[in-house]
Design a protein around this ligand. Structure first.
Ligand code: ADP
Length: 374
């Protein structure tokens, strides 16, 4: 096989007069897409680094037959063409890549005629995003259909039971339940879209984690006490992070609400906030609940993924709680992890960069008292 240099030498000898029109090289060098200029006998005169790294061009050859056919058509009739192609296989880095391509004649009146410009834009990521968006819309429609359908049915039933006050009361209660399910779902959707648009958190301010813990606990007390669940908390140190207090409270409240919802009555949920190493803060929420099967652990942070859909619905879950937690942590430059064992319990851990120690520098004990008798 001839070396690339020998090939280039040979092709230069074949076409002494073929030159790029003035200025084209510098224009191509600033384009982010893959750009290739081919001469009158399909040899590559110039290719951007992207075109080579995607494997579209090797030496002075265009490696995709479909693109070569387009180039020839364009050279024949001078018409600009657009299209989409997909390449895969070892020649192209072993991955499947979709390109939007545009092929146009280039400066045929200058120097070597028959030059053709090929631009190829990698569409793989935007395709994936589009697919995720479509799935999300389909999921939302499905999630909305259930309570809306139930409301319609219940309204009909109430109408039919107009002269039975007891039945009317019962069905009205069910209607209220379905209406709150809808409200929670819409609220979670709004939170999720707000947080997704705010990664990283815009205008972050110093937030004290002990206050986040106290506020989140406050909002879960009623649900916990209704099920006789003991909520305990321990903050070893005054920890400050840079972020959005409301979002952090929402994330922690979601973890606490899950811990309560997926635990048997009269168990304990323990929250701790502590420094993890030198520059990270860590909040854990540990329960003695039903646990999560290992095969589901990776997926529970996906929107609308539930281990047991019936149980999630029964507890008023929207299926968005952990997706919100994941995005809140990403917006704070942190992450969320989970440990769980079926029948033993689960521990969720939030980690994020810490801003500084307390002014006193020491341990601030007694900030969070253990909470019993809630
Ligand atoms: P949901 O509104 O259904 O609770 P989440 O996104 O908050 O939605 O959680 C996703 C799923 O993860 C839940 O449906 C449940 O199956 C599981 N899960 C979350 N937290 C816990 C927990 N502490 N214990 C057991 N299972 C949990």
């Amino acid at each position: 096989m001839k070396s690339r240099r020998v090939q280039e030498e040979a092709s230069r000898h074949r076409r002494p007069s073929t030159r790029l029109p003035a200025g084209v090289a510098s224009v191509l060098s600033v384009l982010s897409s893959s750009a290739v200029v081919l001469d009158h006998d399909d040899r590559v005169l110039r290719a951007s680094a992207a075109a080579r790294s995607y494997g579209l061009v090797d030496g002075d050859e265009l490696m995709v037959g479909e693109l070569l056919a387009l180039v020839r058509q364009v050279r024949r009739d001078g018409e600009i063409r657009e299209g989409e192609i997909e390449v895969s296989g070892s020649k192209f880095g072993g991955r499947r890549t979709s390109f939007a391509v545009r092929v146009a004649p280039l400066g045929s009146e200058v120097g070597g005629g028959g030059l053709v410009l090929l631009l190829a834009e990698d569409q793989t990521e935007s395709r994936r995003v589009e697919e995720v968006r479509r799935d999300f819309v389909a999921n939302i429609s499905h999630e909305l259909k259930t309570p809306v359908g139930a409301l319609a049915l219940l309204a009909e039933t109430v109408e039919e039971a107009a002269d039975d006050p007891e039945a009317v009361r019962r069905f009205s209660g069910r209607m209220r339940q379905e209406a709150s399910r809808l409200t929670y779902l819409v609220q979670d959707l709004i939170t999720l879209s707000r947080i997704q648009a705010a990664e990283p958190v815009p205008d972050p301010i110093p937030v004290q984690l002990d206050e986040v813990v106290a506020e989140a606990l406050d909002r879960c007390r009623m649900k916990a006490s209704a099920r006789g669940i003991d909520l305990a908390a321990r903050c070893d140190e005054r920890l400050v992070v840079l972020g959005d207090e409301d979002l952090l409270v929402t994330a922690l409240r979601n973890l606490l609400e899950n811990a309560v919802a997926y635990s048997p009555e009269k168990t304990r949920v323990v929250v701790t906030a502590a420094r993890d190493g030198t520059d990270a803060a860590q909040i854990t929420v540990a329960d003695q609940g039903i646990g999560i099967p290992e095969r589901d652990l990776e997926r529970i942070f996906e929107r609308f993924y539930r281990v047991d859909p019936a149980r999630s619905r029964a507890t008023g879950g929207t299926g968005l709680g952990l997706a919100i937690v994941k995005h809140v942590m990403a917006a704070h430059g942190g992450n969320v992890t989970v440990w769980s064992r079926e029948g033993v319990g689960s521990t969720f851990t939030l980690r994020m960069p810490v801003l500084s120690k307390s002014p006193a520098g020491g341990l601030a004990t007694g900030i969070m008292a253990r909470e019993t008798d809630i």
